[in-house]
Design a protein around this ligand. Structure first.
Ligand SMILES: Cc1cc2nc3c(=O)[nH]c(=O)nc-3n(C[C@H](O)[C@H](O)[C@H](O)COP(=O)(O)O)c2cc1C
Length: 166
């Protein structure tokens, strides 16, 4: 028996929510799925999958604060979506920031995949005078259609692995 599982997520345009739902479907037993905005704490849950998009090259402050306040000593698995391709070098730094932000929990694993970048963000980056952001705007199309069926399947396999490992 695994105990109670929470799948908590943040998602502005639905990408991370899709991953959250794929993870949720996979989990057997007592489970709850909730938007982090509606989740007060993790009391009563033995393990929590916590997901969010990368914003401005790192985890969103809301997720960082939530993990700092409620993650201590908890078994946590992270799932993260981002516009960047998996081979974009800075992605590893952003994911490291995610791991660091879960530092006081018992971190069981981190899943990440691409998520389609909204038009609003593309326009914002394209009109920026920061060369790096202009480059990200040009590359954004590489995440079109993500998370796709293959990435959602990867998320299910990740969740299964986490649940089997505890
Ligand atoms: C304000 C903002 C900033 C973003 N910054 C980044 C970034 O620094 N790197 C990146 O790879 N993607 C970035 N993205 C893209 C999102 O991480 C990506 O589209 C994600 O899948 C959105 O997830 P959601 O639909 O669950 O909100 C940003 C998106 C927004 C809205």
């Amino acid at each position: 028996m695994n105990g109670k599982v929470m799948v908590g997520y943040m998602s502005q345009t639905g990408n991370t929510k899709k991953v959250a739902e794929a993870i949720y479907e996979t989990i057997q037993g007592e489970k709850t799925i909730a938007n982090l905005n509606q989740l007060e704490n993790l009391e009563g849950y033995d393990i929590a999958f916590i997901g969010y998009p990368i914003v401005q090259e790192g985890p969103p402050s809301k997720a960082v604060n939530f993990l700092a306040e409620h993650g201590q000593g908890k078994k946590i698995a992270l799932f993260v979506t981002h516009g960047a391709g998996l081979s974009l070098p800075p992605l590893q730094d952003w994911l490291q920031k995610c791991r660091d932000a879960a530092g006081n929990s018992e971190l069981l694993g981190v899943f990440n995949c691409q998520g389609e970048v909204s038009q609003k963000v593309r326009d914002m980056m394209a009109s920026s005078d920061v060369p790096k952001l202009q480059m990200y705007a040009k590359m954004a199309y590489l995440a079109d259609g993500q998370p796709d069926a293959e990435n959602l399947e990867r998320a299910r396999v990740f969740a299964q692995g986490i649940m089997e490992g505890i």
